[in-house]
Design a protein around this ligand. Sequence first.
Ligand code: ATR
Length: 278
Amino acid sequence: MKAAFIIGDPIKHSRSPLIHSYWIKKYGLDASYEATHVIPSALSEFEATIRNGGFEGGNVTLPHKQAIIRHADTVSETARAIGAANTIIWDRNSQTIHADNTDAYGFTANLDSEAPAWRKGKSALVLGAGGAARAIIYALVQAGFQTIMIANRTRESAVDLALMAPDNCRIVAWDTPSDAVATADLIINTTSLGMIGQPSLELSLSRTKQSAIVTDIVYAPLETSLLAEAKARGLTSVDGLGMLLHQAVPGFQEWFGIRPDVDAGLRDHIVSDLTRPA
Ligand code: ATR
């Protein structure tokens, strides 16, 4: 039997086991995907577990996405550029740990599937400057966005993030991003605002271009107030669940040898978990 893991701290909330078990069942594989709670001081111990060869690889979530890079033998160019990894592959032949990042791929694949016109965009507004924003800036640069405006509550983090692509990025004020809202072809919320239990993101879309696409990385709730406003204004909106589903594809393929589909059944499966009473 082939096995994969997900580690994080906390780990209980992760939907990745639901995603991968859905695919394991769908493709009739003799495989498993198990969640393990690993605290930061136990990461080296977990590295030894990987090297024991019981897993094909796995996923790494918060707070280990940056630290895991130091435990890998090889690191993909994408993970290196983003400075974080979410996918680990144990190479049985060379007995080495490879670290990759599929968050940028997940972001891109979700938009390709839900709003393919996003590729015509030239200018993007990124709200937030945390770990998720790094992957998204990387994806935007790869997709050829010429202007990437970053607005973040803590300006220094935005300045730091802009160093990823100094020619493309510029900083806009968190409190008054309205000119940026008016010129952006793509608006992305990468902050935790709008998530269940968090305040909502206060951003007026009254000046947004009618052709603009609005997307959120928050997927609980599926329709954040930002996406609801976009929809009410007749703009194309794309929820954050698709990014989560698509980022899981490359790992599954590497570990289990089948490229899985992000199908309606998978989406329904996760949505029913998200909307299940606690
Ligand atoms: P992730 O890795 O998921 O991106 P993170 O690194 O903790 O998570 O980043 C969270 C983002 O949400 C940051 O941009 C953060 O802004 P700060 O850099 O100012 O902390 C943003 N964020 C979280 N709570 C916020 C709030 N109440 N108001 C504004 N921004 C907030």
